[in-house]
Design a protein around this ligand. Structure first.
Ligand code: SF4
Length: 472
């Protein structure tokens, strides 16, 4: 995934595993599972395990590899474990806000890992504070943990407390929860964020994406359905549906950019969807050229689709430096300016004297795209035709994806032709919303397309209130 300022920033990844068998090391598999979800968040990582008495937790700022491996693998043991990788949208980038969040309450211990964003977290937080609650963090997960603790009563299972919490919260959430040795998965009623179930030995896995189930040697069973609570304990797996099916609204950006191409989400292969979108893009915006190239890595699959449909050969035109971390290129303006060159270098042999179609997954601000077009031209490209596998990003996201304010979204403020001029491309084409939906849909699946259309699957704060979702 090419990570820079001209992309929507990814969200978080959650993982969980519960096994009875001592042959399966749940902590180790969570550690591996988080590696497979690393693309979903690189600001912090954490693992929590129930050791038979208490919940132990190890968290770090940075990558999964920054976790204290010796402590995690040698000292943490138990048959139920959850993990989290984070990119902060709500709540500042600070170890205090790293997850899983662990609390003690009257019925025991809870650890919670959350992917998504609540649209009413501030209101709920105020109400809870008015009632005497004290918060240690600024993340939505603590609001949910507080509600679960408040609703939990003796003789009533944690399931009921979670159901009541789901009635109060609004927004996007895929959760893995550990309530002592119970592993629980929860997906919001519109299924905005993904969550799936796998089987391993005598146990079960929960994961944001199926690629992590593959990585730990598990077998993919199914997706958690929108509005479903899955409880895994020593009786096996139980499912509770909190309400009748409502139209699902999975974030369509999962297929465009966020998810790994080797994942399947809600029955649709991310690879197939991305390739079909590239093919559709070729139908909607054909152009004569010598070679189709991708902005690596997230544009690659769509570029393969574009090439197949257009019968123009696919080739590598940009080589990505895979050893530049996410937090690089912050220190000063000079380094910022060099960021694109440090991350990408044109393959002169493939681009010199050629008419190039460059496929990218999205354009958010336009600044990076312009630099890449410039790099290709300075490497001798005769023409650069930019093709974008998402529609114009015109509106912010309220469901866990870090979007700039509208004034910084190039798609909200300029026409396609103005953008073409700004990025100095010879032509520019975006896939249409209809084209994207048709290339992604299979069995009547519904999607959120809010950042393209401004139509969201639920009421959201007005633009002026978007600060509520900015980092605090
Ligand atoms: S607004 Fe855009 S990024 Fe946010 S959930 Fe909807 S489709 Fe995804």
């Amino acid at each position: 995934m090419f990570d820079e300022e001209d992309k929507l920033k990814d969200e978080c990844g959650v993982f969980g595993i519960r096994c009875e068998s001592k042959d399966i090391n749940c902590v180790k598999l969570t550690y591996l599972g988080l590696y497979a979800l690393q693309h979903r968040g690189q600001e912090s990582a954490g693992i929590a395990v129930f050791n038979g008495k208490d919940i132990e937790c190890d968290k770090t700022m940075g990558l999964v590899s920054d976790l204290n491996y010796n402590n995690v693998i040698d000292n943490m043991n138990g048959n139920t474990c959850i993990g989290h990788v984070r990119y902060s949208t709500t709540g500042s980038s600070n170890i205090v806000n790293a997850q899983p969040l662990v609390i003690k309450y009257k019925m025991g211990n809870i650890a919670i890992a959350h992917n998504g964003n609540l649209v009413n977290a501030d209101v709920l937080r105020d109400l809870l504070e008015d009632g005497g609650a004290v918060f240690q963090t600024t993340v939505d997960s603590e609001v949910m943990a507080n509600l679960i603790a408040r609703y939990a009563k003796k003789g009533i299972g944690i399931e009921s407390a979670i159901q009541e919490t789901m009635q109060a919260i609004k927004g996007a959430y895929a959760l893995t929860i550990m309530a002592d040795d119970k592993l629980i998965g929860v997906r919001d009623p519109q299924g905005i964020r993904p969550l799936c179930i796998g089987k391993i030995g005598d146990g079960y896995i929960l994961s944001s994406e199926s690629c992590a189930i593959d990585t730990v040697g598990g077998e993919f069973l199914r997706d958690v359905t929108p509005g479903e609570i899955v409880i895994i304990d020593d009786h096996g797996l139980k499912s509770i549906k909190i309400q009748e099916e409502i139209k699902s609204s999975l974030c369509i950006f999962e297929y465009i950019y966020f998810a790994r191409p080797d994942s399947t989400i809600d029955g649709i292969s991310v690879y197939e969807a991305r390739k079909a979108a590239g093919m559709r893009l070729a139908m909607e915006h054909p152009v004569d050229a010598d070679i189709v190239i991708a902005v690596p890595d997230s544009g690659t699959v769509a570029a393969i689709g574009y090439a197949e449909q257009s019968k123009i050969p696919f080739g590598e035109g940009l080589i990505k430096n895979r050893y530049v971390g996410r937090t690089f290129i912050k220190p000063d303006q000079e380094l910022r300016e060099l960021a694109v060159q440090i991350k990408l270098n044109p393959l002169r042999k493939n681009v010199e004297g050629k008419r190039i179609i460059m496929v990218d997954d999205s354009i958010v601000r336009g600044t990076t795209c312009k630099k890449i077009v410039g790099l290709l031209k300075s490497a001798g490209a005769k023409e650069v035709h930019v093709r974008v596998c998402s529609p114009l990003v015109k509106y912010p996201c309220y469901f866990g994806i870090d979007t700039p304010e509208r004034k910084q979204l190039i798609g909200a403020n300029s026409t396609v032709d103005e953008i073409r001029e700004l990025i100095e491309a010879d032509s520019l084409g975006y896939i249409s919303i209809e084209g994207l939906l048709e290339s992604t849909s299979s069995a009547g699946q519904g999607f959120c397309t809010g950042c393209f259309s401004g139509i969201y699957p639920m009421a959201v704060p007005r633009e002026g209130n978007k600060h509520l979702f900015e980092k605090r």
